[in-house]
Design a protein around this ligand. Structure first.
Ligand SMILES: [Zn+2]
Length: 210
């Protein structure tokens, strides 16, 4: 368990990607987690709860997300194929023990609001970043296949823990994002990594930024 990149190598190229973006990992002092699936936290820690980001002082995670992944009975009852996800999450949370900031409110930092997006995981959360009128929503795993799920929000995938709730959250959020003309980004976007949601009749379309 917990090789560099954790499970399936997820997160294993994070350091290279940061270097390519000229971001010094030692300058990162705050991390916001959308949720604790392995492909979103695999780059946070190495074996034996070794943090990859030495200067992180605060790691924000929704309290329902932290509670779920650290719940021993839920872990014990999980299918064998899913148990490594719990081990990876617990390893990452242990790596930042004492620096975890479990939240349940929306105003978490100046200019940053948490947006509860339950259904994918219990504490799945988006983050709305405001900057002089321009607002960017990081929406986590609202979609895994934007080219399918934006047009058809009812389509869920196996990783949506509560499929009906995930679909309902997705539909509501697409409506809000289209109405408020928010810039959106997620971890399963194609390049370019940002776009806007355009309403088309009763459905939606993702218009990637040029
Ligand atoms: Zn996920």
């Amino acid at each position: 368990m917990a090789e560099p990149g954790g499970l399936n190598g997820w997160g294993g190229r994070l350091q290279d990607a940061l270097a390519a973006a000229a971001i010094d990992p030692l300058q990162i002092d705050t991390v916001l987690l959308t949720h604790a699936h392995a492909d979103h936290i695999g780059g946070l820690a190495g074996p034996l709860a070794t943090p990859h980001f030495k200067n992180v002082q605060r790691l924000f995670v929704h309290r329902d997300e932290l509670a779920f992944w650290t719940d021993e009975p839920i872990h014990a009852a999980a299918p064998d194929a899913f148990k490594p996800y719990f081990e990876l999450a617990k390893n990452a949370f242990s790596a930042y023990d004492g620096r975890l900031v479990p939240f349940h409110h929306e105003d978490i930092l100046p200019g940053i609001q948490a947006v509860p997006l339950p259904g994918h995981t219990p504490g799945h959360t988006g983050f709305l970043l405001n900057d002089d009128g321009d607002a960017l929503l990081i929406w986590g795993d609202i979609v895994h296949f934007p080219h399918i799920q934006v047009e058809r929000p009812q389509v869920t995938i196996a990783f949506d823990g509560e499929p009906a709730r995930a679909a309902s959250t997705r539909k509501q959020l697409l409506d809000r994002v289209a109405t408020e003309r928010l810039i959106v980004s997620g971890m399963h976007f194609n390049a370019p990594a940002t776009g806007r949601i355009v309403r088309e009749g009763a459905s939606y379309r993702l218009s990637y930024d040029a």
